[in-house]
Design a protein around this ligand. Structure first.
Ligand code: PLP
Length: 294
């Protein structure tokens, strides 16, 4: 099979990502009018693929976008693309946009079919046990954060702000209430309890977050899906930042102040259990892969 260093796919056409072009009238270009997913690929296998496909169908349904293929067809084409990449470790990203039509705010006619985009790029597995530094920032996004839409302007602004502060993530809050990161969910451990914001319209229902909750239930760790404050975040025994490509890393510093580090055993038990799931799904142990650090 021919192998590629990077791969882009658009409605059945594929090639090196850097050389792919798309129609200007794709509604992604004007409005960011689409929904997306990103998953980690180890050993050419897409980790938690079913969860990601289920979520993009849910996002599309909330955004009234009709996905032009079945879930099985989507899984098949994603798996096929992942296998074409040279690197066995990658990020696979895909989006479904509302279609291609002259610019107008209202949706195009129903005869206009949605577009499927896929990119595959090499990415070394992160060291899921490395602690990270964060900033906190007011969440000024809209009220549809449960839909994984392409509209990520504020997320980009805050990511950049975090980078300028020498940090890797910005934890957002609406007033006092912690919501989520710019590309991650945020949970805390306090007195043996795993607490995480509820899945309302203020956060994305993260797949890693859902797996952490399942793991807690398995390990008899109490789970509280309730809002918590910035003060509770700062006072937590551990702060956990979770995402499909970053797994469940903990925070050592927020806004320049030391945080967490008070429940290392419980934290490691959760991280180890997530790693076991990754090994079961992909057949490789991220702990044994020399790598990457981000
Ligand atoms: N919240 C936001 C805003 C995200 O962009 C992401 C991931 O990209 C997450 C949470 C984590 O979700 P998941 O664990 O499904 O990757």
């Amino acid at each position: 099979m021919e192998k590629w260093k990077t791969l882009g796919y658009y409605n059945g056409v594929f090639g090196p990502l850097e050389e792919m072009t798309v129609p200007m009238n794709d509604r992604a270009c004007y409005f960011g009018d689409g929904v997306y997913e990103a998953a980690y690929v180890g050993n050419y296998r897409i980790f938690t693929l079913d969860d990601h496909v289920d979520r993009i169908y849910r996002s599309a349904s909330m955004a009234e976008i009709e996905i032009p293929c079945t879930k099985d067809e989507m899984k098949a084409v994603l798996t096929e693309m992942a296998q074409k990449l040279e690197s066995p470790e990658q990020v696979i990203y895909w989006q479904v946009t509302r279609g291609t039509a002259m610019r107008a705010h209202v949706y195009p006619d129903r005869s206009v079919k949605a577009n499927l985009w896929i990119t595959c790029t090499p990415k070394a597995i992160v060291n899921a046990y490395r602690k990270i530094r964060v900033i906190t920032a007011e969440d000024t996004r809209f009220f549809h954060c449960n839909i994984k839409t392409l509209n990520l302007m504020v997320n980009c602004m805050l990511s950049e702000q975090a980078k300028k502060a020498g940090c890797e993530e910005a934890i957002q809050h609406r007033g006092d209430r912690v919501t989520e990161g710019t590309h991650s969910n945020v949970s805390i451990l306090k007195d043996g309890v795993f607490q995480t914001a509820p899945t309302d319209n203020l956060i994305l229902p993260g797949i890693t977050r859902a797996h952490l909750i399942e793991i807690c239930r398995r390990l008899s760790v109490p789970v509280r899906e309730e809002p918590y404050t910035v003060q509770e975040l700062m006072d937590a025994d551990e702060i956990i930042i979770s995402s499909s490509t970053g797994f469940a890393r903990s925070v050592c510093e927020a806004d320049g102040r030391p945080v967490g580090g008070k429940a290392p055993k419980l934290l490691k038990a959760l991280q180890d259990a997530l790693r076991e799931e990754f090994i079961a799904d992909t057949g490789i142990d991220p702990g044994l892969v020399p790598s990457g650090d981000s």
